[in-house]
Write a protein that binds this ligand. Structure first.
Ligand code: UN1
Length: 535
């Protein structure tokens, strides 16, 4: 089923979303050496020093075949302290550089991402296992946020308020915040950092980045490209952007260090629960983008062709490994049988395999623990009366250490057990509903509150879902799935999804500190609220 068969498509946007990516179809999936060689040449083309990935202590494997493709150098505890110190030093200079000149660094970085889009997309595919088209989309998302941030660098404006006192003026000034710690997950190794980095840089902040230890290579490449852009401009202090590779303890050190003004962390709710008290203990700023257990409702009036395309992409795309992936589906009883039958047929047609092959739609899970968690969730679903279709391991020909699975559809008699939790895998729980209010209540019953969707052509239903009595998520969509947000909006969710907002709209305000200024340009000193203090 084609994702693109919309009539009268608009021409491709100026964002070059259509750049072709040549497939490396020649790579035998079972041959880790081939993937390793591909990685070496990509890293060299992207300007990453060999010492960073050739003989380090952290084995990096590709989920395509489970083979090791690089040995990344890990950061020590001393490196963490030094990185924070350098970023803090750099902040003293960078905060004074005019914001549009800071924007020029981000403009040149965006251009570097554009030039290297194909290499970066290949690296993302090798490291995460997501299909090339989605990897190219991820690079595009990083390019888009750079474009957004460049414009923003001339729009970091505050309000001016009417003062109650004669010859007084009140206004807000937005200042840089300080060192921003950025913690990212394996599934979006480039774009999520770029959301934070591009905005933080134009805001006048400096960066310390701890990527997932499963995807350090994309991070090394992004950091190398940014550093090459930094070196072109004398305004840019050398310590502006720091990269730390290693385990969760590094993130905890960032959270505990008073020199780090803001920590923006993307990952599981458990990760957020571990970090948040450390940050709260020192009143640090935090942006938490945590798990999602995203739902969609398909109403009787829904355009089923469109809904099925959206649902299949959102649930099975990226092998269910987006924080925005669709995990719960509520089908109205009048369309339940038709919709489920068509969904089964769509699932049967999904090509599962090597994500470097342009025919593939579903790549592997990131690793064995992810596969085991998926199997556990399916076993629990059965115990709760769920009827499981799919979910089994497949493509053994691609390597014993690679974990390809058939996306699972699970009919549930009620919302219980694993359906109430996020499992980072392609499992779609399906339930029947009769009444929209009940479906919305089930939809909102889970702890997470990230992304949601309703499929309906009924204006009343759509508006109800969007209203204060509707979805309780940070992302609420009509007639598109919950995943695949554009960068122009603020991205994030409520409840256990963390409450943070990143990327577009006015999310930049979280990366700056607001000063309220009152200026007296008169000769008298009237006090506010009519207070008298004459002596
Ligand atoms: C994530 O999975 O952490 O909306 C980010 C989306 C993407 C970003 C996902 N633009 O699916």
């Amino acid at each position: 089923m084609s994702m693109n068969h919309t009539a009268g498509r608009l021409p491709a946007a100026a964002t070059e979303t259509t750049t072709a990516i040549p497939a490396i179809t020649a790579i035998p999936a079972a041959d880790a050496n081939e993937l390793g060689r591909a990685c070496s040449s990509l890293l060299a083309a992207l300007g990453v020093a060999e010492a960073a990935w050739r003989e380090g202590g952290l084995p990096v494997s590709s989920p395509i075949n489970g083979g090791i493709v690089a040995l990344a150098q890990e950061s020590t505890a001393l490196d963490v302290g030094a990185a924070i110190a350098q970023a803090a030093d750099a902040f003293a200079t960078w905060r004074l550089v005019p914001a549009p000149i800071r924007g020029d660094l981000v403009r040149r970085f965006g251009a570097a991402l554009r030039r290297h889009k194909q290499e970066l997309a290949l690296l993302v595919t090798i490291e995460t296992g997501k299909i090339l088209s989605e990897a190219a989309g991820e690079v595009q998302e990083a390019i888009d946020i750079c474009d957004f941030a460049v414009g923003l660098s001339r729009q970091l404006h505050g309000a001016t308020m009417a003062s109650e006192r004669a010859a007084h003026r009140m206004m807000e000034t937005w200042h840089p915040l300080g060192v921003c710690g950025v913690i990212t997950a394996f599934n979006f190794p480039l774009a999520v950092w770029a959301w934070n980095a591009a905005i933080a840089l134009v805001a006048g902040n400096t960066l310390v980045w701890k990527p997932s230890e499963k995807t350090p290579l994309t991070a090394l490449a992004a950091q190398a490209l940014l550093q090459a852009c930094m070196a072109e401009d004398a305004h840019v202090p050398a310590g502006l952007s720091q990269l730390l590779i290693g385990p969760a303890a590094i993130g905890e050190m960032l959270a505990a260090d008073r020199r780090v003004a803001l920590v923006s962390a993307t990952g599981s709710t458990a990760m957020g629960r571990a970090l948040a008290p450390r940050l709260a203990a020192r009143f640090a700023r935090m942006i938490l983008e945590l798990g999602g257990n995203n739902g969609a409702i398909v109403a009787p009036s829904a355009d089923l062709d469109l809904s099925l395309r959206a649902i299949t992409f959102a649930a099975a795309g990226t092998a269910g490994q987006r924080c925005t992936s669709l995990r719960r589906l509520f089908l109205h009883e009048t369309i339940y049988d038709t919709c489920l039958a068509r969904l089964r047929a769509a699932y049967d047609s999904l090509r599962i395999g090597n994500p470097l092959d342009p025919q593939t739609l579903v790549g592997p899970l990131i690793d064995q623990p992810a596969y085991e968690r998926m199997q556990q969730a399916l076993a629990q679903a059965r115990a709760h009366g769920g009827l499981v279709r799919g979910g089994e391991r497949c493509r053994p020909d691609l390597g014993a250490a690679a974990f390809y699975v058939r996306p699972a559809l699970v009919e549930m008699p009620q919302q219980s057990g694993p359906m109430l939790e996020e499992t980072f895998a392609p499992i779609l729980y399906v339930m029947r509903y009769a009444d929209l209010d009940a479906a919305i209540a089930w939809h909102n019953q889970v702890d997470a509150g990230l992304a949601s969707a309703i499929f309906t052509l009924d204006l009343r239903e759509a508006e109800r879902f969007l209203s204060a009595a509707g979805s309780d998520c940070g992302i609420v969509n009509v007639n598109i799935g919950p995943s695949g947000a554009e960068i122009g909006g603020a991205f994030g969710g409520e409840k256990d999804s963390g409450g943070g907002r990143e990327a577009g709209s006015d999310a930049w305000k979280a990366y700056m500190r607001r000063a309220t200024n009152t200026i007296n340009y008169g000769r008298a000193l009237p006090l506010a609220q009519g207070v008298r203090f004459d002596f």
